[in-house]
Design a protein around this ligand. Structure first.
Ligand code: SAH
Ligand code: SF4
Length: 366
């Protein structure tokens, strides 16, 4: 499948951002491989947007690896303090991310980041879904995305950073690259991100979920539920036709939550589609004994041109939330950040051409 092919590597070289210290050593690093890795992966030590490498190491590295980074090409600040960002990859394709500084206690920053260019899952309410999939991000591109953003906008240390894979793409559809990137992000000589600071959001790709459950380091899991009957869920989320609600629930039971871990559930509220009180009751039933181990985010739909779905009236949103609270659920109504700049969840879709449904990859789908 065309989208599954690796990104074009410059001159056949691997991305420098995808290499562990042992890879650098195996490639013949003339100095300390660990120190070289440290300089590459700690953007607060960079100078002029690039790692501060000695001339000898730089020359050697340029001969064995590709040092190019995704380019930050657009920044659109939103009224709520978040900023929608567009990054251009080596082959000219664009991905999007959102910068969300924490409002109360600074200087913590959460980035919502992408795992693919587009998405193959085809959820009917999602702008990214409407563009089809163009390709996977390579591990070096996922890392490059984070490092380029940090170099430009901070934060200045790994421990001030939180990452949520809720941008473009279905992360579990690109599991190998995603997990290599997570291992690099958590490396103690790099950003040193704790695994509790990375959340991977999935539409319910159970095959990937079961593999990720056994991987180390294992990130936190967010699950996009968005409907409470198989009929409704299969209508808006085609992945449900393969792995239905019962199968998904079984996979969560097998995940094996560890002390201090919780699942995050996301439920996009769509007027007349999934927002009745009966839906709220079924949702609480489905959660069952997970009710004490979750955060449930209700997200009133962000409307966009690629779908005719509408967001419910405020009183319906509140009634839905109240029903769930009465059943003991931990509910937050999330007004997606960046709504006014189309940078909120499900609106990360790129400009004309990229957003066409009839692109070559869209036809590969299904
Ligand atoms: N593919 C993954 C992660 C990216 S989507 C997933 O589906 O979980 C991130 C979140 O945005 C998901 O919870 C999804 O349900 C939500 N979303 C998609 N379209 C949306 C829209 N139009 N309005 C609000 N949230 C949306
Ligand atoms: Fe893909 Fe997630 Fe959008 Fe569904 S909601 S199309 S899985 S990005």
């Amino acid at each position: 499948m065309p989208w599954d092919r690796p990104a074009p590597e410059r001159g056949g070289l691997p991305s420098a951002w995808s290499l562990f210290p042992e890879d650098l050593a195996a490639l013949g690093c003339p100095g300390s491989a660990l120190e070289t890795f440290r300089r590459l992966h700690r953007p607060w030590t960079w100078q002029d947007g690039a790692p501060a490498l000695g001339p000898g190491i730089r020359r050697w590295l340029e001969g064995v690896a590709d040092l190019s980074l995704p380019r930050l090409v657009e920044q659109q600040p939103s009224e709520d303090g978040s900023t929608k960002l567009a990054l251009e990859l080596g082959d000219g394709k664009r991905i999007e991310a959102v910068h969300m500084p924490r409002r109360v206690r600074n200087p913590r920053v959460t980035y919502c980041v992408s795992s693919q260019v587009g998405c193959a899952m085809g959820c009917t309410f999602c702008a990214t879904g409407s563009m089809g999939i163009l390709r996977n991000l390579q591990a070096g591109e996922i890392l490059g995305q984070v490092l380029a953003l940090m170099a430009a906008l901070g934060p200045d240390r790994g421990h001030e950073l939180t990452l949520v894979f809720m941008g473009m793409g279905e992360p579990l559809h690109n599991l190998e690259n995603l997990h290599r990137a997570i291992r690099l992000l958590c490396h103690e000589s790099g950003l040193g991100l704790g695994k509790g600071r990375i959340t991977v959001s999935t539409a319910g790709l159970v095959s990937g979920l079961e593999k990720l459950a056994l991987m180390e380091p294992r990130p936190l899991l967010a699950l996009s539920l968005n409907a409470t009957t198989d009929e409704a869920r299969s209508r808006t989320m085609p992945v449900n036709r393969v792995w239905n609600l019962a199968r998904l629930r079984e996979a969560l039971d097998r995940w094996g939550l560890r002390r201090g871990e919780k699942f995050t559930f996301e439920y996009v509220l769509i007027a007349g589609e999934n927002d009745t009180e009966a839906d709220a009751e079924r949702l609480a039933d489905w959660l069952g004994d997970l009710r004490s181990a979750h955060n449930l985010n209700l997200i009133p739909l962000n409307e966009h041109d690629a779908s005719t779905f509408r967001t419910p009236e405020e009183d319906r949103v509140q009634a839905f939330a109240q029903r769930l609270k009465a059943r003991g659920c931990f509910v937050t109504v999330r007004r997606s950040r960046g709504r006014d700049i189309q940078g909120a969840c499900g609106q990360l879709v790129k400009a004309p051409g990229l957003g066409r449904k009839d692109n070559e990859v869209g036809q590969e789908r299904g």
